[in-house]
Design a protein around this ligand. Structure first.
Ligand code: UDX
Length: 434
C-alpha cells in the first residue's frame, strides 16, 4: 500500500521506516530539510537501536523516501500524522499547532477514500474535531491510532506492539477505516497481535491513560523510596517483594531519579489540563505524581551536597544525561536537570554520556562534556550515575578509585551493588536504600 507519514521525528521516522519494512511504499514528509536529507541518505537524525538497519533497507529497496514537499502525499491511501504535541509555553496544555498544520496541509492532497490516521498524543476531543475538518474539506476520512513505542525499543515496538488501537467513526465509514488499517498492519495482525476498535475519544484516552498509569507507578515506588529513606528500609527489596504479586507486577517499579523524556512528563500535565477544561477533579492526583517525580531530582542534588560538604567548587562527574539508556534524548531529562542544578550552585560538572553528549550540549552548553568515562571521572570529588547505561552498570570500583579524587558515589538509578562499592572504600548513596 502507498503510505505517507507526516512528521519524521522520534515517532514518524521510525514509523515510516517500519512501514517500508512491512512491505509498503512510503513517503516520509518533514518541514526540516536537514532531517529530510539525512533520512534520505539512510542516516537517522537521532540514536535509536535497530533504526539504521531498517532505514537503510527501506531506502535501498526504493520503498522508502523522504521529502519536505507535502504535495508528495498525493497518491498515498493512508496518511499518518506523527508530529509532536509539545507542552505549551506558560501552560500545561498540549500545543496542537503542529497537528493542526499537518492535517490542514494534507487536505488539498487527499483523494477519494484516503484515510488520515493520527498517531500523535492529543487531548481527548481533538480527533473528532479533526475528523469533521477532514470530512468537510476533502473526500477522505480520519482515524486515530495511538502509538505506544518506547524509545530504545521503538523499532520492535512499532513492528510488533502489545496491541493496536483504532479510533474510528461509528458505522460503515469506521468499518472501512478499520479495513484499511488492517491492511497496513496485516503482517503483525496475522501473528495474533490484539487489536481494539473504539470511538475517537476512547482511542485518545487509551494513550494518555496508559502514560498516566505508568507515571503513577513510577511515582508510587519513588514515594515508597522517600518513606524508606526516613525509616532505613530498602525500596529495591520492597519493589521485588510487592512485584511478585501478579496483580502489581515488577515492571516500572524501579525507584530512582524518576521519569523524564518527551512523553510522560508532558502527557500527564496535558491530561490534567484537559480534565480541568472539562471541569473534572478526577486527575488532581497527577499533580502529586509530578511533584514526587521532581522531588527525586532535588534529592540527588542534596545527596551530592551531603557527600562533598560544599558543592561550590566541587568536581562532579555526571555519568549519563539521556532521560534513559539506549537513547540520545535529553528532553525533560532528570539527569540533565541534576547536572544543571549542581552547575548553578557552583560545582564543576563534567558529563559523559555514550550517545547524548551532542543533544545535551545543544541545550546545556554551560556544562563540560568528556569524550569518555575516564575523562569524566578523573579528579572527581563525587560521581553521580544518573542514566543506567550498561557501561555504567559494569563500572569496576577499583578502576574508578584509581581516577577520582574522592571515593564518593551516588547511584541515581539503583543499579549498582552498594556492598562492592563500599568494600572498595566508596561512600555510597542510593535512592531509597540504606
Ligand atoms: C513512554 C511510554 O513507555 C510509551 O509507551 C509511550 O509511547 C511514550 O512514553 P518512553 O518515554 O520512551 O516511553 O520511556 P519509558 O521507557 O516509558 O521511560 C520513561 C521514564 O521513566 C524514563 O525516564 C525512565 O528512566 C523512567 N522509569 C521507567 C523509571 O524511573 N522507573 C521505571 O521503573 C521505569
Amino acid at each position: 500500500m502507498r503510505i505517507s507519514v507526516v512528521g519524521c521525528g522520534y515517532l514518524g521516522a521510525v514509523h515510516a521506516a517500519c512501514m517500508a519494512e512491512l512491505g509498503h511504499d512510503v513517503v516520509g514528509i518533514d518541514v526540516d530539510e536537514h532531517k529530510v536529507a539525512e533520512l534520505s541518505a539512510g542516516r537517522p537524525p537521532f540514536f535509536e537501536p535497530g533504526l539504521p538497519e531498517v532505514l537503510a533497507r527501506g531506502v535501498a529497496s526504493g520503498r522508502l523516501r523522504f521529502t519536505s514537499d507535502m504535495a508528495e502525499a498525493a497518491g498515498a491511501r493512508v496518511h499518518f500524522v506523527a508530529v509532536g504535541t509539545p507542552q505549551t509555553a506558560g501552560s500545561h496544555a498540549a500545543d496542537l499547532r503542529y497537528v493542526d498544520a499537518a492535517v490542514t496541509g494534507l487536505l488539498p492532497h487527499l483523494g477519494d477514500g484516503d484515510l488520515v490516521v493520527g498517531k500523535s498524543t492529543v487531548p481527548v476531543g481533538t480527533a473528532a474535531r479533526l475528523a469533521d475538518l477532514v470530512r468537510d474539506s476533502s473526500p477522505a476520512d480520519l482515524a486515530w491510532n495511538p502509538e505506544f513505542l518506547r524509545e530504545g525499543f521503538a523499532v520492535a515496538d512499532t513492528l510488533s506492539p502489545d496491541r493496536f488501537v483504532y479510533g474510528v467513526r461509528p458505522g460503515p465509514e469506521g468499518d472501512r477505516a478499520t479495513g484499511l488499517l488492517d491492511e497496513v498492519y496485516a503482517t503483525p495482525l496475522t501473528s495474533g497481535m490484539p487489536r481494539i476498535v473504539t470511538d475517537y475519544a476512547t482511542a485518545e484516552l487509551v494513550k494518555v491513560s496508559a502514560n498516566a498509569f505508568l507515571a503513577t507507578k513510577i511515582s508510587f515506588i519513588n514515594a515508597m523510596a522517600e518513606i524508606a529513606e526516613a525509616t532505613g528500609a530498602d525500596v529495591t527489596q520492597l519493589a521485588d517483594a510487592i512485584g511478585h504479586d501478579a496483580r502489581i507486577g515488577r515492571r516500572f517499579l524501579n525507584a530512582g531519579l524518576g521519569f523524564g523524556g518527551g512523553c510522560l512528563p508532558k502527557d500527564i500535565r496535558a491530561f490534567q489540563a484537559r480534565a480541568d477544561e472539562l471541569g473534572l477533579d478526577s486527575l488532581a492526583f497527577l499533580a502529586d505524581v509530578d511533584a514526587v517525580n521532581l522531588r527525586r531530582r532535588q534529592r540527588v542534588v542534596d545527596l551530592a551536597g551531603e557527600l562533598v560538604g560544599t558543592v561550590e567548587g566541587a568536581q562532579v562527574a555526571v555519568l549519563g544525561v539521556a532521560f534513559k539508556p539506549d537513547s540520545d534524548d535529553v528532553r525533560d531529562s532528570p539527569a540533565l536537570d541534576v547536572a544543571r542544578s549542581l552547575h548553578e550552585q557552583g560545582a564543576l560538572v563534567t558529563v559523559f554520556d555514550p550517545e547524548a553528549t551532542e543533544t545535551a550540549r545543544r541545550v546545556a552548553p554551560e556544562l563540560r562534556y568528556a569524550a569518555d568515562v575516564d575523562e569524566a571521572l578523573t579528579g572527581a570529588d563525587v560521581v553521580l550515575v544518573l542514566t543506567e547505561w550498561a557501561q555504567f552498570r559494569a563500572l569496576d570500583p577499583a578502576s574508578v578509585a584509581g581516577l577520582v579524587r574522592g571515593r564518593r558515589i551516588v547511584d541515581g538509578r539503583n543499579v549498582l551493588d552498594a556492598s562492592t562499592w563500599r568494600a572498595a572504600g566508596f561512600e555510597f548513596r542510593g535512592l531509597g536504600r540504606p
